[in-house]
Design a protein around this ligand. Structure first.
Ligand SMILES: C[S@@+](CC[C@H](N)C(=O)[O-])C[C@H]1O[C@@H](n2cnc3c(N)ncnc32)[C@H](O)[C@@H]1O
Length: 217
């Protein structure tokens, strides 16, 4: 799977939008590693939550050109950047500015991807100046990384909505950090009738990253 071009993105873009980093490329690598399985899914609808620069959903769109590829982000600049990245790569992605999957029809998504804000912070730090109407750089970028207690606030919200998001054959690839307590996440998913396993992991300086692959039991 080719890494999409992102040479059109500038330093000014990265003042407002999360710059592709090790976590981004780990999620891309995981998708590439699981292409044999994903080909059997024959996805009709793919969705990346929190698409940032858009390179992950763009790569998926290139791989599955017949699928409807959607992305969401609470950051309007990220939605704009995702669209530009898809166009730069002659892919088809429709970005939606929304919280997680709000306003998207239930049980539609065959392949769901999320590299969430996973950094452990206080809830106060995470919620500071929370105002989706604001377009300022600071307000937008904090939501790229601040995850609240255990870095789990957004992750746990997604887990509790997952049953209404995934299609019957749907699969989620979720990036988490060791500090997010992956085993605890797997147990929480099991209580919601999902089976999850550690599909891929990578240690980088200061972080131990995991990709969880999640499906219905
Ligand atoms: C760690 S960045 C990942 C960006 C990109 N997917 C990547 O891997 O490079 C997390 C992204 O999620 C977005 N985000 C945070 N909370 C969100 C929410 N509740 N709903 C939608 N997007 C959210 C942020 O604005 C940011 O673009």
């Amino acid at each position: 799977m080719d890494t999409p071009h992102y040479d059109h993105l500038t330093l000014q873009d990265y003042e407002k939008v999360y710059e592709p980093a090790e976590d981004t490329f780990l999620l891309l690598d995981a998708i590439e590693d699981d292409l044999e399985y994903l080909n059997t899914v024959q996805p009709g609808v793919c969705l990346e939550i929190g698409s940032g620069s858009g390179i992950i959903i763009t790569a998926l769109s290139k791989k599955f050109p017949n699928a409807v590829c959607l992305s969401t982000d609470i950051n309007p600049w990220a939605c704009n950047t995702t669209k530009r990245t898809s166009l730069r790569n002659k892919a088809s992605v429709d970005p939606i500015r929304t919280n997680l999957t709000d306003n998207i029809k239930n049980n539609l998504v065959d392949i769901l991807l999320f590299n969430p804000p996973y950094v452990v912070t206080t809830d106060e730090e995470m919620n500071q100046e929370k105002n989706f109407e604001s377009d300022t750089t600071d307000n937008n970028l904090i939501f790229s990384w601040a995850g609240g207690v255990d870095g789990r606030r957004v992750i746990d919200t997604l887990i509790d909505k997952l049953d209404s998001i995934l299609s019957p054959i749907g699969v989620l690839y979720l990036l988490v950090l060791k500090e997010n307590k992956p085993k605890d996440i797997i147990n929480r998913l099991a209580k919601n009738n999902f089976t999850a396993n550690i599909f891929k992991e990578r240690r980088i300086p200061g972080e131990h990253l995991f990709i969880l692959k999640v499906m219905r039991c």
